[in-house]
Design a protein around this ligand. Structure first.
Ligand code: SAH
Length: 474
């Protein structure tokens, strides 16, 4: 429908902070999603797309600003897709996250559950991330100030984040609050160096341009990994830039480059060329019990590790405490990734079995077990929907406790069915999407009841919420 025929709603009060980070209003029984608004705002809304049961709109005019608003601290707020809740105070963000879980469990789950425990706030609300991925672009997003400039004076190259829904547009970032320093310093130095050299930035439509991506990862222990992705091999230029980075930032402990000549940005299938340091960084994590041995995890350039490492400890500790191990249990850790939870619990149980479908992650999981001298773990690489069957249980034993931490899509129906067959005394369900978690738990109600619900905030200023549920057999 052309935009002029789409409805325009006046004086609408924003009611809620919705699931995907968009604020929610209701007009004549129709749900309207509006980004960058806050509950309590009164706005005029131009609808930009209309579906059967809801529409998406844009706030055109503010009649009243909500009392819940705070001033966003980042200059990129409103354009960058990163932290859409920065205009809400952190306390309000936590309340809305908590409410999201209540809503999903009530509306989708329709099962009985005890009072949701107060959400665990993140120890850090800025600089909490250990990984950022930047993209070079020859068509950076131009703001109003840029547009006011004569065209021949505008810099069209940029290094930053993709604009939401526009895959070929990148917002040049001057400062990002997500990762501690020297993250910004490294990005700006690389951008300025390559701009001064006049090297070309990549264009994802024409597939032309030399500079493609920049990944920066760090650990709490102070390791830094930088990965520069070039579109083709140019040894002199690559030497120049890598030498510049190594000399300018001696704190980098793992400096890597990649030559990605493919059309897509995925580098997991590419060769990692080590320029300086180690091919990995190492993260340390406290033990879940007092006096327990600290764990270490080796993180390679493509290994997964929870992106808020301080809060990851509290997430795992929550799962650990809810499981309430006595010491003699057989535990399955489903969707185990690099075996972080598996290794976190293994020293306190009889045996832990991790399953994950990315073979490289399983390789990391093995390394992490031996690095920590943990010998009672077993890992399998495979699709859980197929791997977890009666034969698997026969081979590995029937678990007393299952910990499951699936991706946003939740568990496959077969996995839920298998858990119901296996009938462990407890299931600890760690989820990054309470909607699919509610759906999955609803399927388990014939045999399980919800004994505890503990939300954990891993991603301040975003709508994302992690939730841990303890299910006990009836
Ligand atoms: N528990 C881990 C990682 C959880 S992320 C941690 O805390 O670090 C979810 C994991 O599920 C990812 O590693 C993903 O590769 C894996 N996964 C997704 N679908 C899967 C499937 N069908 N079978 C097995 N593993 C799967």
């Amino acid at each position: 429908m052309p935009r002029r025929q789409l409805p325009f709603f006046e004086n609408v009060t924003i009611l809620d902070a919705g699931a995907e980070g968009k604020a929610v209003a209701r007009v004549n029984e129709m749900v309207v999603f509006v980004p960058f608004c806050v509950p309590g705002d009164v706005v005029d809304i131009q609808v930009i797309s209309k579906r059967k049961s809801y529409c998406e709109g844009k706030a055109i005019k503010f009649h009243h600003y909500s009392e819940l608003r705070v001033e966003p601290f980042c200059t990129h707020f409103g354009t960058c897709g990163g932290c859409r809740w920065q205009n809400l105070s952190y306390e309000q963000q936590l309340l809305f996250k908590q409410k999201q879980i209540d809503d999903h469990f009530t509306r989708i789950g329709k099962f009985a559950f005890p009072a949701i425990r107060p959400i665990l706030p993140s120890p850090l609300t800025t600089g909490y991330r250990n990984k950022l991925e930047y993209t070079f672009s020859d068509r950076r997003w131009l703001n109003a100030d840029d547009m006011a400039m004569p065209e021949d004076q505008r810099q069209s190259n940029g290094l930053g984040f993709h604009i939401p829904t526009l895959f070929d547009r990148v917002l040049d970032i001057s400062h990002c609050y997500h990762q501690p320093e020297p993250s910004n310093a490294i990005r700006l130095a690389v951008r300025d160096f390559t701009l001064q050299k006049g090297w070309s930035f990549y264009n994802p439509r024409s597939h032309k341009g030399f500079m493609r991506n920049l990944l920066i990862r760090n650990t709490l222990s102070g390791d830094w990994m930088v990965i520069v992705v070039f579109a083709y091999d140019a040894p002199d230029e690559i030497t120049e830039l890598m030498t510049f980075i190594a000399e300018g930032f001696p704190q980098i402990t793992s400096l890597i480059y990649v030559i990605n000549t493919k059309q897509n940005d995925v580098i997991t299938d590419q060769e990692m060329l080590l320029w300086k340091g180690e091919p990995y960084i190492t993260e340390f994590m406290e033990a879940p019990v007092e006096g327990g041995r600290k764990l270490q995890f080796r993180i390679g350039p493509v290994s997964f590790f929870q992106t808020n490492p301080l809060q990851a400890f509290h997430l795992y500790k929550t799962a650990f405490d809810l499981a309430g191990f006595k010491g003699d249990e057989l535990v399955y850790d489903l969707y185990c990734g690099t075996g972080t939870i598996t290794n976190f619990v293994a020293p306190y149980v009889k045996k832990a079995v991790g399953v994950e479908y990315v073979p490289a992650a399983i390789d990391d999981a093995h390394v992490n077990s031996s690095l920590n001298q943990i010998e009672n773990t077993v890992y399998y690489a495979g699709d859980l929907a197929k791997v977890l069957d009666a034969g698997f249980v026969l081979q590995n034993g029937r678990p007393d406790i299952i910990i499951t931490d699936p991706p946003r899509s939740g568990m496959h129906e077969n996995v839920v069915k298998q858990i119901l067959q296996i009938e462990p005394a407890k299931v600890v369900y760690v989820s990054c999407n309470p909607a699919t978690q509610a759906r999955d738990i609803a399927l388990m109600m014939e045999k399980y009841e919800v004994a505890a619900v503990q939300p954990v905030d891993m991603f301040p200023h975003t709508h994302h919420v992690e939730n841990v549920v303890l299910l006990t057999i009836r």
